[in-house]
Design a protein around this ligand. Structure first.
Ligand SMILES: Cc1cc2nc3c(=O)[nH]c(=O)nc-3n(C[C@H](O)[C@H](O)[C@H](O)COP(=O)(O)OP(=O)(O)OC[C@H]3O[C@@H](n4cnc5c(N)ncnc54)[C@H](O)[C@@H]3O)c2cc1C
Length: 496
């Protein structure tokens, strides 16, 4: 147990927060359904509500979707991505146990269980490894924190371990067997922030069973974020802009949340990979890499070759807090790139085209480096906020007078797109996500030139293709763009 752990009553917390808000001038109206969020000129302009027969519209340019497990559907009405899905969450409460006094909260992660003493009764709750998703066909309009049917078979393994851990559970009668739904997200972290799709559409949702404990801090952070226009501290872990639009897919979500509920208590091993909902986005090279022993990891839905197994070696991660089972494989790969040449697939990069009459002026305003370079040049730069903090780290290639090609990490693509779109003022620019349009193969290491010259008739000398430039090249019977950049400290090209 954690000595500074607290225990609280969720209803009283809600009442206390509401009281505090009222004291600061907030008006709280209960039992009102939001029926529609209105928009004007690409931003929120109001909400329509219904309460029995009554209905109306409130004009506002800011709303916060905090509709719990209903949030995904509410967001969908406005094309806002909120990937979450309900799961059943189980606990039981015993009859009063004579002599039971105040006890600290006990968590036994290895047994997926938590124990709380509550008013002389003992409570046992579970975060089991394979959870039960709920509400696949939508959540009933009149469902309001009701109980779901109990499922003793599902809870039994946890209870058995519980009785072993705390024998009094074996003799105390069970007063309540509770099964209630709660929303879970694909990465077990909640969502705060403004929807990238719609200005003024904020959210605080997807709480993965830690909504009570997080409520005060999350509320404070979000309020400051809305008020100041920027997050009060680094909130990237819970930022809605990490969500990928494809993650709204309900089959994906259903499968994934059956895993994420249990992750609340499972070991968070370094390099741990999700086991469910895999294989959603694959590069054109996927099967070639697989045939050569690739062991894949997932980023933003993309399957990426993280390391290559040797002939006959098990193609699995064996998670450890110590040296990883792929240490030697990676050592070889690292040395190959350092001393010879390596080829790696970076198709998962986010790729954005910024085009139009004002593309240069627009990027010049957003990026820290000089963007008004000759076509053919590649510039490494950051997009900064008003305080000089880094919002995005990227390379920008000037394809022509009016077209730029931006390359960002796969995991930050939605955030970067949102930052770009939010900052278009009067400029004439078109911003297009072309991630899926081009594969990227990196050829890097001191021998990179030797290798690339074997497959292409073009000139890759420093004179023709110096660092920070690209050229169109021929490979086989096709065309590619060879970008002379590197992130391995050695000679290199990205081939698009
Ligand atoms: C069995 C169980 C045990 C738990 N134990 C803990 C714990 O020990 N500690 C902890 O921190 N958390 C715990 N949780 C999780 C916690 O209860 C939730 O994370 C938290 O309640 C989520 O709060 P929320 O405000 O995001 O969503 P909710 O509490 O679900 O509230 C969402 C509200 O939005 C309303 N709504 C939906 N659609 C609309 C609409 N169109 N218009 C108007 N209103 C709408 C709903 O009616 C609802 O009142 C537990 C959850 C369960 C089920």
């Amino acid at each position: 147990h954690l000595p500074l752990d607290g225990q609280c009553d969720p209803a009283n917390i809600a009442m206390a927060l509401a009281k505090g808000a009222r004291q600061r001038g907030a008006t709280i109206i209960e039992n009102v359904k939001v029926t529609k969020v209105h928009t004007r000129n690409g931003r929120v302009s109001g909400v329509s509500w219904a309460q029995g027969e009554d209905q109306g519209t409130i004009e506002t340019d800011i709303i916060v979707n905090c509709a719990g497990m209903w949030a995904r559907e509410l967001g969908r009405q406005n094309g806002v991505t909120i990937p979450l899905h309900a799961c059943e969450h189980f606990y039981l409460v015993t009859e009063p146990i004579p002599g039971l006094s105040r006890l600290p909260v006990l968590r036994v992660p290895d047994e997926c269980a938590y124990y709380k003493e509550d008013a002389g009764k003992m409570m046992l709750g579970a975060f089991e490894p394979v959870a039960k998703p709920w509400g696949m066909d939508g959540i009933r309009e009149d469902f309001c924190f009701d109980q779901l049917p109990e499922d003793m078979d599902h809870f039994e393994p946890i209870l058995e371990m519980g009785v072993n851990r705390m024998p009094m559970l074996g003799t105390a009668g069970i007063h309540t067997f509770f099964n209630g739904p709660e929303s879970f997200t694909p990465d077990d972290r909640y969502y705060l922030g403004e929807a990238p799709e719609l200005s003024g559409y904020w959210m605080a949702t997807g709480y993965n069973s830690i909504g009570i404990v997080s409520s005060g801090g999350a509320g404070m952070a979000l309020a400051q974020w809305i008020n100041d226009g920027e997050a009060p501290f680094d909130l990237w872990e819970v930022d809605i802009r990490r969500a990928q639009p494809f993650q709204k897919n309900r089959r994906y979500l259903k499968e994934r949340v059956s895993e994420t509920l249990g992750l609340l208590y499972a070991d968070h091993f370094p390099y741990r990979q999700m086991a469910t909902s895999r294989g959603v986005r694959r590069s054109p090279l996927h099967e070639h890499l697989k045939a050569r022993g690739a062991v894949f990891g997932e980023v933003a839905g993309w399957e990426r070759a993280n390391w290559f197994a040797r002939e006959g070696q098990e193609r699995e991660y064996r998670y450890s807090w110590k040296r990883q089972n792929w240490f030697e494989n990676q050592r070889e790969e690292h040395l190959a790139v350092r001393n010879g040449v390596g080829l790696f697939d970076m198709t998962s990069f986010g790729k954005i085209r910024v085009e139009g009459r004002d593309a240069c002026a627009f990027l010049q305003r957003l990026c820290a480096n000089d963007m008004d370079v000759a076509p053919g040049r590649i510039v490494y730069t950051q997009m900064l906020n008003a305080k000089g903090g880094i919002e995005s780290d990227l390379t920008v290639t000037r394809l022509s007078e009016t077209a730029y090609f931006l390359v960002v990490p796969g995991a930050t693509l939605q955030r970067d797109l949102a930052w770009l779109r939010k900052h278009v003022a009067e400029e004439f620019v078109v911003i297009t996500d072309v991630t899926a349009a081009e594969a990227v193969i990196c050829v890097m290491g001191p021998e990179a030139r030797k290798l690339i010259q074997k497959v292409s008739p073009n000139d890759f000398s420093n004179e023709v293709n110096p660092f920070g430039t690209f050229q169109e090249i021929e490979i086989g019977m096709g065309l590619a763009r060879a970008h002379r950049v590197t992130y391995v400290g050695e000679l290199g090209w990205e081939l698009y």
